[in-house]
Each structure stands twice: as structure tokens, then as C-alpha cells.
Design a protein around this ligand. Sequence first.
Ligand code: AMP
Ligand code: ZN
Length: 472
Amino acid sequence: MVLNLYDTMTREVRKVFPMDENLVRFYACGPTVYGPAHIGNFRTFVMQDVFRRVLETSGQKTLHVRNLTDVDDKTIRQSQEQGVKLKDFTDKWTARFQKDCEFLNLLTPHAEPSAVEHIPEQISLIERLIEGGNAYRANDGSVYFKVDAFPEYGRLSRLADREITTSATDRETADEYERDTAADFVLWKVRRPEDGENFWESPWGQGRPGWHIECSAMSMKVLGDSFDLHSGGVDLIFPHHENEIAQSECATGKTFARHWFHIAHLMVEGKKMSKSLGNLHTLEDLFELGYSAQEVRYVLLSGSYRQPLNFTFDSMKASRKAMSKLRDFATKFNFIPTTGNNLETEFGPFQPVQDALLSDLSTPEALGRCFSLVRELSEAYERGEYEGRPEAVSEVCRGFQATCDAFGLAVEPKKVDIEEIPADIENLAQKRWNAKLSKDWAMADQLRNELLELGWVVKDGKEKFELTRSSE
Ligand code: AMP
Ligand code: ZN
């Protein structure tokens, strides 16, 4: 089973095939830990998570690296403004980010390197670039990458088609810039008074790394000079990823990443959701409005990663309904979710869902197919087609589990409040439990069937039983 995915570099949907058999090594640019991540950021992280889940549920192993950007213009500026040490400041936002990831059911990356912890690797990469004639120290004391030294510069973002200007005298010192110019960009920033105590020793004096070199150094440290795939939101195509390619390929002479996976933005009323525009929602904001993390995750999955997705509260309401339908289905089939990350999962009747995901991670199509199947299987259940066929019920449940695993949605069957359970049902269930304890299996089975006929499913825990409605 192969995943086909759009590649920004070749502008084609291509197979994701690992260099090392059966291990897909990929790098995702991580959060800049200077405040709470917004759900726009999480659109990108959720799609990267689905990418990994789709590979894993189709039997591929992955090596997932996502860095923490804990030193850059923004983290330094904000920590200075708040009078807090950079490390204390970024630790706080890193912890918050990791908590949000947990709420959203994001699989933990296999490595989460931090930029501050990889300063020596960044310095040695810059040294290699200077030795190779690809970087130089300018009069201002900072070190810059010489864009002219890399003729391929601009291939990823198709700069040539955008009639850009290239000027050897143009230099860019900011971490983020939007100009469509192939300006020499900074690798090592000479210490400035506004950096406070945030500087490191280097062969070029005290200073700090530029943002772009951080990702090159961390990705190559963990994944090697060449790896299978690199990912981020579309805003990172230029200049960040363009610069990463230039630095890395000049230093190693090898192809840096073999596939480029970019996720379109989450928008609010036609504008990108971003901190600077002040139109962002965090997970916490949505919790306060009574939404759950699963509902947020569902909304983020509802659009194709190749198109911008407009966030609305109507879509949050639709997501609530959709999640409720999945829970009804789980209740009907007495689905007991299992945790853990299963390789080579069986989709069974849900195979069309996996097929849609393997076809360019088409989450809207996959969700559509999932709901058609949920409806068809529920109707078959209502018609009694699953009566006396426990193996067929298990097959449906296994397929549903695989589907939930691939989407990363945690679907729990609906629980019925104790007071809603009629006393005679409760008594019957208690009788069955007692029969089970005294190992009277025939009686226990008979009572289970009686309960089923009355519309109740009994599920045994270690110390007690639980009753749920078999249909609603
Ligand atoms: P940052 O924390 O700003 O470095 O961004 C973390 C990730 O979120 C990057 O991959 C960005 O490209 C991505 N990102 C930022 N804004 C959005 C948005 N509105 N929609 C989707 N992804 C975004
Ligand atoms: Zn990056």
C-alpha cells in the first residue's frame, strides 16, 4: 500500500517511498514557542499527524522529527518585553504546546530537537558553508548565505516565475521576510544590545543563529544529510524552506529532502489566521465556548490540505453533529476503542476510507466515505443482518478502529446515565454478572441475549459491568 502525496517541488502527486525500506524519515518545522499555538498552526500539525497515521496504518514505520523554535527574533523580543529569561519563557510555551497536542490526539514525534540545544551543530554548518565559499562575513559582523552561489535557489517557490530581483547588495537580517527577492540571508547574527543575555560564542564572535540555519542543522543531525520528506505550512515555502535547501545542499552536495509537503492555511473571513492579524482562536478559547478537542480536530480534517480552509462556528457545530453520529455508531456496534498505535491495521468494510487517504490524504473524501459506510452498516444492523454474527460485528469494529486511528479521532460509545437505566434492566444485568462470577456461562450468555433483545448492551469491566443502549 502506497501513499500518493502532492510534492511542492515537482508540482506533482508522487508516491511517498522511503530511501530506507519501510522507514519514512520526515521533518516538520515545529512551533515558535512564544505564545499559545492557534488552531491555524494546529491545522498544519494535525495534517502532518494524519500523514504519519496513514503511513503507519498501512504498515510503514516512520521517524517523525518536529523541532522547537526556541530562539529567534520573536522569542527573544517577547521574553525581553516580559522581563523573563528566554529559557523560562520558552519552557512555559513548550509545555502549553505539548499539552494542546495531547488534547488534539497528536502522536508524539520520535524526536523534538530544540534550536538552543543545537547551537554547536549550527555553528559547524555555517563553518562548512564559509569554507565552501557559500557564505561570508559582512561588514556588520554577521554571517550571510551567498544566494548567488546556489544557482538552484528559488526552485521550490518558483521564484523565477515571479520576476524577482536578485541583488548582491541586498541583505536580509530578519528571520521572517516577505519580499520576493533572492536576498542574501543571515546565518549568524552578531550580538546586538536588544538581544540582552541571549548570545553564544562563535568563531565570528558573540551572537546567535538565524532561524533558517536552525532547521537545517536539526533535521540533518537527526535524519541525516538526505531524508524522505519535509513539511510545514505554505507560508514556509518562501523564504524558510528555500533557504533550508540552499544551505543544506551547498554544505552536503546532496538532495536535502526528497518530497515537500505543504499545508494550506486556516483562514478566518478570508484572511490567514495569525497572531499579527489578531484573528486567532486557541484551543483554550474553544474549550471555553464548550467545544471539545475532538470537535476541533474534526473541523481541521474537514478540508483538503491543498486548499485554504475557512474557520466558522457553523463548521464547529457541524463537527459536533458528525462526532455524535460516530459515537452513535460506536454504541450500536458495542465498539470498544483500543489505544496504541497499530501497524498494519485491518480496514475491512472501511477500506474505501483508507483508499481515499492514500490518495493524496483526501480527508474530505475519506470522511464522506466513512459517513456513507456508517449509515449503510447501521441500517444493516437495524435490519438484523448482524444478529448471531459476532465475527462480522468484530470485523466492523476493527475497521472502525482503523478508521479512527487514521483520522486520529477518539470515538467513545455513548454512556447512559445510571438513573436512565430502568430498574428491571439493571436487575437483569446484575443477575448476569452474578452468573458470570459463579462461572455459570450458559446462564450469563442467555441473560446477555435477553438484555440485547431489550435493546441493551452489556460490557464487562474488571470489577463491574456497564450498560449502553444498543441503538438510539
Ligand atoms: P510558527 O509557530 O509560526 O512557526 O508556525 C508553526 C506551523 O504553523 C508552521 O508550519 C506554519 O507554517 C503553520 N501555520 C501558521 N499559520 C497557519 C495557518 N493560519 N494555517 C495553517 N498553518 C499555519
Ligand atoms: Zn523550519
